[in-house]
Design a binder for this molecule. Structure first.
Ligand code: 5GP
Length: 217
């Protein structure tokens, strides 16, 4: 399949600020379309059906799986999340850059299915900061936060499979960097954001997350 648009996958630990980053990127630059996922999780306060997600029942989700309606889907913290096929395919065919904000299992499926996709992983400068942001969000119970941290520990194992790392420290800088990377990413491997150059950060995050999940911190 040859597409003119760029398929951009953005993953990152829950709480790393992917959502804010993508929102700002879309506001500042007109070159992107955002795929709206379908999920079986309940809306958080302020979220709207058709804006953040299409919120559906498990039955409706499974029906769409059976009809081959997703380009990828995954189970994450006891809920389903999936990328509806039609919108993404039509954007790519029209030559638009499409962003998928998805977790790692889905990202790996996209990499297999669309080898030309660009995969980005958003990290916080430290695990301490990640915890602070998750707690600060105030929308999740402690149990949910622990599940998400435990999931982050698992996900930290797969970071090197991504093409680029984005460290979300200062939002404006990050948005600018992201856009510039996308402009250049027709010739993929941009060395400055390659996982190779973030070995220490990745390793520290992984160790701290694992220690945290095991209750050592
Ligand atoms: P949240 O519940 O915080 O909105 O999302 C939980 C995780 O699911 C996040 O890592 C988010 O990126 C991911 N996610 C959202 N939509 C999709 C999707 O369509 N497919 C997959 N695989 N993951 C998704």
């Amino acid at each position: 399949m040859s597409h003119k648009g760029l398929l951009i996958v953005i993953s990152g630990f829950s709480g790393a600020g992917k959502g804010t980053l993508v929102k700002k990127l879309m506001e500042e630059y007109g070159d992107y379309a955002l795929s709206i996922s379908m999920t079986t999780r309940s809306p958080r306060p302020g979220e709207e059906h058709g804006r953040e997600y299409f919120f559906v029942t498990k039955e409706a989700f499974e029906d769409k799986i059976a009809k081959d309606g997703f380009i990828e889907y995954a189970a994450y913290c006891e809920n389903y999340y999936g990328t509806p096929k039609d919108y993404v395919v039509s954007c790519l065919e029209q030559g638009k850059n499409v962003i998928l904000e998805i977790e790692i299992q889905g990202a790996m499926k996209i990499k297999e299915r669309f080898p030309q996709a660009v995969l980005l992983f958003v990290m916080t400068p430290s695990v301490e900061e990640l915890k602070r942001r998750l707690l600060g969000r105030g929308t999740e119970t402690e149990e949910v936060i622990m599940k998400r941290l435990s999931r982050a520990a698992q996900e930290s194992e797969g970071i090197e499979s991504y093409d680029y790392i984005i460290v979300n420290d200062d939002l404006d800088t990050c948005v600018k960097e992201l856009h510039e990377l996308m402009e250049k990413s027709r010739d993929k491997m941009q060395a400055s954001h390659h996982p190779e150059n973030y070995k220490e950060l990745i390793e520290n995050c992984r160790n701290e997350l694992n220690a945290l999940v095991k209750g050592e911190k």
